[in-house]
Design a protein around this ligand. Structure first.
Ligand SMILES: *Cc1c(COP(=O)(O)O)cnc(C)c1O
Length: 381
């Protein structure tokens, strides 16, 4: 089955009791048993819920995995993955990543004796020097946030395998429409389904997808023991969002390409970060491992200051100033004062995250309106 069919059909059956074509929201906490232990596979809703199961089957199919496990948020899903580790274990992670992921590793898991190292994965072969006998997990985010670097998933996974280290790819920015990391050797895929999978900025949910029953069993155990499950209504909303994933992401990529080109030639902008440019340092890898270049574009200004960036942010009318990404509506953000405010300025500047850096999540509105909006926002600063 191809992805455009999977999004609609994979794991979805008409409701057996009524024939309802849409997966029902099983809003129940428990299930009646005929006699103790005699039931239809459902005992208690922390452990199993049919709406959640349908979403999990769908996500497993989208990522070419065998099992998916859904959680109350992307970070709850990541938390379950980190609980696979033991005190003394170490993580190697991309150094340009989602702030919440960084916080979970450094502020929570570090206290339980799990150390994280943040490195550039632009050259995967340099990873070897960071791996030691305690390394148990390599954490990859690609495209990275907000600089939109691309990590060669196949190469990193190959090195990890040689050292018996698990790899997890945070596939939130790309979505399974653009890349399927399990096919490139990853052991785990993480999603903040809040973003492209849901796609309508109306729900927070997370998921892990794996291709090994052993890992799935461990994660199910952790989920049931720790309890960070999503509610059935939220699962329904993600299922509904996924049905249009392919056309939404396709359109967002198309719009982003035009936005990137427009920004590149605008006199008020300086650097434009977009993996679809031939001049982007990782363009070849992006072309190899992704179907298209994504809906995210970052740029900074000739007049590099917070003040100028803030003017642009308040000038746009279709690009709403907000955190998050991947919805049908375009969003604009300022990493230095929003998502990456806790990172010291010197550290930020090393990766190109300047005071005026602006991140766009390009939505699926009409491109003419989006370009006109950016034009007036930049001209009037
Ligand atoms: C939003 C996000 C997360 C966290 O997901 P939540 O659903 O907000 O908990 C993790 N990784 C990336 C890349 C994200 O954008």
């Amino acid at each position: 089955m191809k992805i455009g069919t999977k999004v609609i059909h994979a794991g979805i059956e008409p409701d057996p009791s009524t024939g309802a074509i849409m997966t029902p929201i099983y809003q129940t906490s428990t299930y009646v048993q005929a006699e103790p232990g005699k039931h239809k596979g459902y005992e208690y809703a922390r452990t199993q819920n049919p709406t959640r199961n349908a979403l999990e089957k769908n996500l497993a199919a989208l990522e070419n995995g065998t099992n998916a496990i859904c959680f109350g948020s992307g970070l709850a899903a990541m938390d379950a993955i980190l609980k696979l580790l033991n005190p003394g274990d170490e993580i190697i992670s991309t150094n340009d990543l989602y702030g919440g992921s960084y916080r979970l590793m450094t502020k929570i898991y570090a206290r339980y004796g799990i150390k994280s190292h943040f490195v550039s994965m632009n050259d995967p072969s340099s990873l070897k020097k960071h791996i030691n006998e305690n390394t148990k997990l390599i954490w990859i985010e690609t495209p990275t946030n907000p600089m939109l670097n691309i990590v060669d998933i196949t190469k990193v996974c190959k090195i990890a395998k040689q050292h018996n280290v698990l790899t997890c790819v945070d596939n939130t920015f790309a979505s399974p429409y653009l890349q399927t990391p399990l096919d490139m050797g990853a052991d785990l895929v993480l999603h903040s389904a809040t973003k492209y999978l849901g796609g309508h900025s109306d729900v927070v949910l997370g998921a892990v997808v794996v291709k090994s029953d052993e890992l799935a069993e461990k994660l199910h155990f952790i989920q049931n023991a720790s309890g960070a499950i999503p509610g059935p209504q939220d699962c329904f909303l993600i299922l509904r969002g996924i049905k249009t994933l392919h056309i939404r992401v396709e359109r967002a990529c198309k719009n982003a390409k035009q936005v990137a080109k427009f920004l590149q030639t605008h006199p008020k902008t300086k650097n434009v970060y977009y993996p679809g440019f031939k001049t982007h340092p990782n363009h070849k890898i992006a072309k190899k491992q992704m179907r298209d270049f994504g809906g995210m574009v970052s740029f900074d200004l000739q007049d590099d200051s917070f003040k100028m960036a803030k003017k642009v942010l308040s000038n746009t009318k279709y690009f709403s100033l907000a955190e998050s990404l991947g919805g049908v509506e375009s969003l604009i953000g300022h990493p230095a004062s929003m998502t990456h405010a806790s990172i010291p300025k010197a550290e930020r500047l090393k990766v190109g995250l300047t005071d005026s850096l602006i991140r766009l999540s390009v939505g699926i509105e009409d491109i003419d309106d989006l370009l006109e909006d950016l034009e007036q926002a930049l001209t009037n600063i």
